[in-house]
Every structure is written in structure tokens, then in C-alpha cells.
Write a protein that binds this ligand. Structure first.
Ligand SMILES: Nc1ncnc2c1ncn2[C@@H]1O[C@H](COP(=O)(O)OP(=O)(O)OP(=O)(O)O)[C@@H](O)[C@H]1O
Ligand SMILES: [Mg+2]
Length: 331
């Protein structure tokens, strides 16, 4: 077994009160049966609309949320809350204490986890971490508010690295930054992965944001993974109608092609995870749904090596929903 992370039928349901007068109870099925493996050293990109359960899955992996079903195995062993799995967030300022210097912020997890002993060794390690993320050593004496968003994200990364993790969950870690800064942070994450052998779960709500960094991509819809594939296969030949729609939303840099891009606009909002649709959960919004999709849940099928999908129309999809860009260019 060479998977560092294995999710087996992972489920995170939140109990909620639905009727405010009757006090009726329900459950939000935020993550509802996810099975996934992530090999060591890989970046798995995870994409899906707002509310589909990405952060909940990430939080479960870090041990911040307790699963209500299924299993999380790290190196074949059940996950216990563990410094080896760390998370970096969209808004680093919300997770940085404005009254703590950058130096203290980074040194704290080194000390708390007993990774270095004594002031000199801890300070030395803190300075090394600043070097590692490309911040000047003088940053140690300054406060988070004195830095830009991109630099604060570097502090967030340094603090995660201070725990000497194997796995980092990047939850929309670059989404709030300017495009040029995003590219710098992505390049830093890639460099750190090579140097330190890190494994990433990289969460974003659009495919464009994870195109560069991912090795494989998993597409989530309403608490489920609906397609997973090596990056190239997913972008070139998506086999779930939802993935096709997400792909059509990515702008193309070439203006001549961009003018012809046909965007697949999905009707309605994502349905409530308290009451997911029958059959294929995507059928209420799917442009190519047939009767079967409304009643029967699609079987998970491998369409090529490492490329799996849960769509009844997977085989016909390339003709039913032609590539929104290349097909319009060819005609
Ligand atoms: N603690 C909680 N209690 C009840 N419901 C919750 C809780 N946390 C999340 N949810 C619900 O679970 C669902 C999934 O939320 P989650 O934050 O995981 O989605 P997401 O894919 O990360 O969305 P976004 O792209 O907006 O960050 C949503 O319907 C959300 O309202
Ligand atoms: Mg989220």
C-alpha cells in the first residue's frame, strides 16, 4: 500500500434544527461517502461549487471536524489529531494573532510540539523557516498587519511547516490574492513539496486555480466525489457533465479562442445538502440527464487508467457535450 492518505466512505453529517417552531431535526450531509487515496508526494486538487463540502473534508483530514462515518487512514493507521497534517487557510490574517510577532508566531508550534529544545535552537529553527518561505529574517520582529496578503500567506506556510508535517491541506490558500501573487505562492508550495516531500490536498472552487499545481484532480458535488482523474485527462477529456460545466467556465488566454468559448451555464443553485436529489445528485441541473439519472445512482466506473467517474452518460458525453473551446474552434 503506497497511499499516504486513504479516505474510505468518509461521512461528515451535521445535525441541524430545520423547523424553527416545530424543532424538527435534520442532517446536513456535508461529506457523504467519499473514498479517495492520495499517494505520498502528490498534490490532489479538489474542486466544486461553494457548499459542496470541500472545507469540511479538509477539516476532517486535519482532525478539526469529527467524521460521523467511514475512515481516514494515514500511512495505513487511523488518523489521530496529529501535527503531521496541517492546514493553510484563505485568509491568513484571521489565523494570525495580531499581537504576536512573526517570530513568536512561527516559534510557538516548534516549542509546543517539542521539535527543538532550548531558546537558541528554537530561534535558529524559526529563522530557518523564514528563509524557507522567502521572508527576510527581520520579519521576525514585526507584526502580521505590517505585511501584505502574500507575505502573510508565507507566514501561514512557515507556521504550518514549523510542525514538520507530511500533509498540508491548502483550503483556498491563494484565492484571495492577486493573480501575480497567487503564482508566487503556488511556485513556493511546489518548491517546498520537492524539497520536503510534502503531500497536498489543494482546495479551490474553480478548475483554473488548480490547473497548474495538481497532479490529479477530484471534482466534488454535494458531498460526493463525482470524478477523479490525472490532471491532463480531466482537462482534456472530462467524463462527468458537472466537470464539463466547470471547465467551460475557465477563461482562455488566447482572445480569438476566448471569444468563441461557449460557457455551459447551470440552471439553479446547488441543492441543499440536507436533502440531496434522488439518483444522480446532479440530475436537477444536468443538461443531459435522462430518466435513469433521476432514479438510479450512477455506478462508479473507471473509464481509463486512474480516471473514474460516476455519470450514467460518461460514454456518450464527448459527443453530447463537446469540448466548449476546441469544438467551436474547429467548426
Ligand atoms: N459546523 C457546521 N454545522 C452545520 N452545517 C455546516 C457546518 N459546517 C459546514 N456546514 C454546511 O456543510 C456544507 C458544506 O460546507 P463546506 O464549508 O464544507 O463547503 P465548501 O465546499 O468548503 O464551500 P466554499 O467553497 O464556500 O468554501 C454547507 O452546506 C455548509 O453550510
Ligand atoms: Mg470552503
Amino acid at each position: 500500500m503506497d497511499s499516504l492518505i486513504q479516505l474510505q466512505d468518509l461521512e461528515v453529517h451535521f445535525p441541524v434544527t430545520t423547523g424553527f417552531l416545530s424543532g424538527a431535526r435534520g442532517v446536513i450531509k456535508a461529506v457523504d461517502g467519499v473514498t479517495l487515496d492520495i499517494p505520498r508526494g502528490e498534490t490532489l486538487g479538489m474542486v466544486g461549487e461553494s457548499g459542496c463540502g470541500k472545507s469540511t473534508l479538509g477539516r476532517a483530514l486535519v482532525g478539526l471536524t469529527r467524521p460521523t462515518g467511514g475512515k481516514i487512514l494515514i500511512d495505513g493507521k487511523p488518523l489521530t489529531r496529529d501535527r503531521r497534517v496541517q492546514m493553510i487557510f484563505q485568509d491568513p490574517s484571521a489565523s494570525l494573532n495580531p499581537r504576536m510577532t512573526i517570530g513568536a508566531t512561527i516559534a510557538e508550534p516548534v516549542r509546543l510540539n517539542g521539535l527543538r529544545k532550548g531558546r537558541v535552537a528554537i530561534t535558529q529553527r524559526m529563522l530557518e523557516l523564514l528563509d524557507l518561505v522567502g521572508l527576510p529574517r527581520t520579519a521576525a520582529y514585526r507584526y502580521p498587519q505590517e505585511f501584505s496578503g502574500g507575505q502573510r500567506q508565507r507566514v501561514g506556510i512557515a507556521r504550518a511547516l514549523a510542525c514538520e508535517p507530511d500533509i498540508i491541506v491548502c483550503d483556498e490558500a491563494v484565492s484571495a490574492l492577486d493573480v501575480s501573487i497567487q503564482a508566487q505562492i503556488v511556485a513556493l508550495l511546489e518548491e517546498l513539496q520537492t524539497r520536503l516531500g510534502l503531500t497536498y490536498l489543494f482546495i479551490a472552487h474553480d478548475l483554473g486555480a488548480l490547473k497548474h499545481i495538481s497532479h490529479r484532480v477530484a471534482v466534488m458535488y454535494l458531498g460526493r466525489v463525482v470524478e477523479v482523474a490525472p490532471k491532463a485527462a480531466l482537462f482534456a477529456n472530462p467524463r462527468h457533465a458537472y466537470t464539463r460545466a466547470l471547465l467551460s467556465a475557465i477563461p482562455v488566454p488566447d482572445p480569438a479562442i476566448e471569444r468563441q468559448r461557449r460557457r455551459i451555464i447551470l440552471k439553479d443553485d446547488i441543492p441543499s445538502p440536507a436533502n440531496p436529489p434522488s439518483g444522480c445528485r446532479f440530475h436537477t441541473r444536468c443538461p443531459v440527464a435522462v430518466d435513469r439519472c433521476r432514479v438510479q445512482e450512477p455506478a462508479w466506473q473507471e473509464v481509463s487508467t486512474g480516471h473514474s467517474t460516476a455519470c450514467w452518460r460518461a460514454d456518450e458525453l464527448p459527443e453530447l457535450m463537446p469540448d466548449p473551446v476546441t469544438s467551436s474552434v474547429n467548426t
